[in-house]
Design a protein. Structure first.
Length: 391
């Protein structure tokens, strides 16, 4: 029963997460026995590795079930510093690390600590669904920068320079990107870094898909490119994608010490520490050799190549080759239907779930996740082709 509660104004512009809602709907239909092909999922379909689960069982058995320091246990923060040094050529002290309940929480905390009412946050579009909503929750103003398929959906640094105004406080960078899969090269990041450092704009660098990058391309962390940009960057990462640990809720950020300290105060008074048991699991994941993500990466590359080959045979759609993450952003503009109609009809008529591009700022696209088996990819794309053939 609805009783018309007078909500806080800051919620007026905030929408529910359609990625989470559609993924949940697809999972529910599947559990009810419907033959759903789930291309909506924003999570790896692999199980969390056993050695990670074992660390969690041990934590429970050993009674490691109490509050921990708010920003994470010292050994996990040390493992995160080691990871940054090894993978990203980044030197951070433990005092610069805050472990949170997922990378989503880390990004929210960073915005909450930085953004004043009416501050502007630059967001390249297409964007991950939660960025603008988080900025709204912090009472800031998202400012979108359109990107084009012909530029691999990457921003032109000259455009960035032009768009930075007196109210611009931060820029959100996501490479590899959700939903487009585009990956910025180091020279492109250098140009962005120079501009942001010159204009004193913070960079929130969401690197959650770092380990899912294809064709032997190397991921670069923008904070590693100069001292000036290091002092303005919040580097965000987590275990959800690299170790298939979406439900465990462990993400982390690294920032200049005074900003990390401010973020820890936000967390002190909101959630306290992330789950003690998940922290032990994350420690085991980070301290192990990278074997798991490497195997997952190889399998995702195989699926991506297969899906692209199959998609290229379907008439009236387009795409750019994703260099990372596990999404293909499919151009449906020739169908002359909006993205919600296409996604809803495919779900109802063909039992294929996709995310409408409108959730990411492009109503002429849909997002397909290839975090599902080869058989499912084949079956789903056959159904999409059949459906499009009858339009
Ligand atoms: N950033 C991007 C771009 C994402 O797609 C996601 C979705 N999982 C997240 C951050 C958040 O991940 P998590 O909170 O599970 O660590
Ligand atoms: N990030 C994933 C997605 O885009 C998971 C869902 C979410 O956290 O929004 O589908």
């Amino acid at each position: 029963m609805r009783i018309n509660i007078r909500l806080a104004k800051r919620l007026e512009k905030v929408n529910p997460s359609s990625t989470l809602a559609i993924t949940a709907k697809a999972k529910k239909l599947k559990s009810e026995g419907r033959d759903i092909v789930n291309f909506a999922a924003g999570e790896p379909d692999f199980d969390t590795p056993d050695f990670v689960k074992d660390a969690a069982y041990s934590a429970i058995k050993d009674g490691f079930t109490k509050y921990t320091p708010t920003t994470g246990i010292p050994e996990l923060k040390k493992a995160i510093c080691d990871k940054f040094r090894k993978d990203n050529s980044l030197e951070y002290e433990s005092t610069q690390i805050v472990v949170s309940n997922g990378a989503k929480h880390s990004i929210f905390n960073a915005l909450f600590a930085l953004i004043n009412k009416t501050d502007e946050v630059l967001i390249p579009s297409p964007y991950w669904v939660s960025y603008p909503e988080m900025v709204h929750l912090c009472e800031g103003k998202p400012v979108f920068m359109e990107t084009l398929p012909k530029n691999d959906f990457k921003i032109d640094p000259r455009d960035l320079e032009k768009r930075i105004g007196p109210r611009t406080k931060a820029f959100i960078l996501n490479s590899p990107s959700n939903p487009t899969g585009s990956v910025y090269a180091e020279y492109e990041l250098k140009q962005i870094a120079e501009i942001c450092a010159h204009k004193k704009v913070f960079v929130i660098s969401d690197e959650i898909y770092e380990k899912l990058i294809y064709d032997n391309v190397k991921h670069s962390s923008i904070a590693s490119l100069s001292k000036d940009i290091y002092n303005l960057t919040i580097t965000v990462n987590g275990l959800s994608k690299s170790h298939s640990m979406t439900g465990w809720r462990i993400g982390y950020l690294a920032a200049p010490e005074d900003l990390a300290e401010a973020i820890s105060r936000v967390q002190d008074h909101s959630t306290s520490n992330p789950v003690s048991i998940s922290q032990k699991a994350a420690l085991a994941a980070l301290n192990a050799p990278d074997e798991f993500s490497r195997l997952m990466n190889a399998e995702f590359q195989r699926r991506r190549d297969f899906a692209l080959e199959r998609l290229s045979k379907i008439k009236n759609i387009g795409f750019i080759k994703p260099g990372g993450a596990f999404y293909i952003f499919i151009d449906i503009s020739k169908l002359k239907l909006d993205s919600l109609t296409v996604a809803s009809r495919l779900l109802e008529e063909k039992f294929v779930s996709l995310i409408p591009g409108a959730a990411f700022g492009r109503d002429d696209y849909v997002r397909m996740s290839f975090a599902t088996s080869m058989d499912q990819i084949q079956k789903g794309l056959d159904r999409i082709e059949e459906w499009m053939g009858k339009l």
